[in-house]
Design a protein around this ligand. Structure first.
Ligand SMILES: [Zn+2]
Length: 296
């Protein structure tokens, strides 16, 4: 059951990767998500057999089924990477080893946690791709995700515990075996507020030169996702990563002090890393110390 679930995780990830790529393409250029997938060269609308992630790409040799134009390798790479990330997220949850052994309630909590982490990761990946390719962090992803997470943590705190057949979803669990992944509503709100204010003040002071306004909206999302104070190490790691990449690019003379790096990419990579790391036993210890250190 464990192996089957792990394989399914990869397949779900590959399917999600195909949507993530398409969403970043359209939202990053401010186009609507509506409309069927089509070939950018000849306008051929993809049929169901062309829509299998990875396999369709390989079966068609990376070419459009109608006009034969080369489809960018990016599609294939993104599908494989997303599949791999979904697979690792599933493995990172301690309960994943006990699918269908631990009991129905525990399985549902595992499923809720896995699906939540997959959706949050998909939103982050759309932002990473959109910022890397078009220097745009789509509001529809950052702001909607922040609002959805705040609503979800509110429901988990105040509504779900009062619904008898759902109340198990809000249980904290013992020994971190299946503790809930979403922070409490208070932590979530505080993380979102402080995260966004921190980035907005950098944008305000520099008039958007050091940091774009989209980064503040992404910090709103990540603050809600990780909660206060755990959002601090996530943001800190993104600055370290951004500085390293900036210095390497300057040494290779591919960037100067004035080059604008898409900071959402670094925030996103750091966030995906911490979403996975926090589920491991080492991550739980790190989270405990980080939370004690930054607690107000
Ligand atoms: Zn075509």
């Amino acid at each position: 059951m464990f192996a089957l679930s792990a394989v399914c995780s990869f397949i779900f990830g590959a399917i999600a990767g195909s949507f993530i790529d398409a969403s970043a393409e359209r939202w990053g250029q401010d186009k609507s998500i509506m409309g069927r997938s089509h070939c950018v060269s000849c306008g051929y609308i993809l049929k169901w057999k062309d829509l299998f992630p990875i396999f369709s790409f390989l079966a068609l040799g990376g070419r459009c089924a109608n006009c034969g134009v080369n489809i960018p390798k990016r599609h294939l790479v993104i599908e494989i990477i997303t599949g791999f990330i979904f697979f690792v997220i599933f493995l990172s949850l301690p309960l994943s080893k006990y699918v269908l052994v631990a009991g129905a309630h525990t399985d549902l909590i595992l499923l809720a946690n896995v699906v939540f982490l997959w959706i949050a990761t998909s939103a982050i990946l759309i932002i990473i791709l959109s910022d890397a390719r078009f220097y745009i962090i789509p509001d529809i992803v950052s702001i909607s995700s922040a609002m959805a997470i705040l609503a979800f943590s509110f429901l988990l705190d105040y509504v779900i515990p009062n619904i008898s057949f759902l109340s198990f979803l809000a249980t904290e669990g013992t020994n971190n075996v299946f503790s809930r992944i979403v922070p409490s509503f208070g932590q979530s709100l505080m993380g979102a507020t402080i995260g966004a204010l921190f980035f907005f003040s950098i944008s305000f002071i520099s008039r958007g030169k050091w940091m774009g306004w989209g980064d503040g909206k992404m910090a709103l999302f990540l603050g809600a996702l990780f909660g206060w104070p755990f959002v601090v190490p996530v943001v800190f790691a993104s600055f370290v990563l951004g500085s390293i990449v900036g210095i390497v690019l300057m040494l290779k003379k591919e960037a100067t002090m004035k080059s604008l790096l898409p900071f959402g990419v670094f925030l996103g990579i750091s966030a995906v890393f911490f979403l996975i790391f926090q589920n491991t036993s080492g991550g739980q210890i790190f989270k405990f110390f980080a939370s004690s250190f930054f607690a107000l």
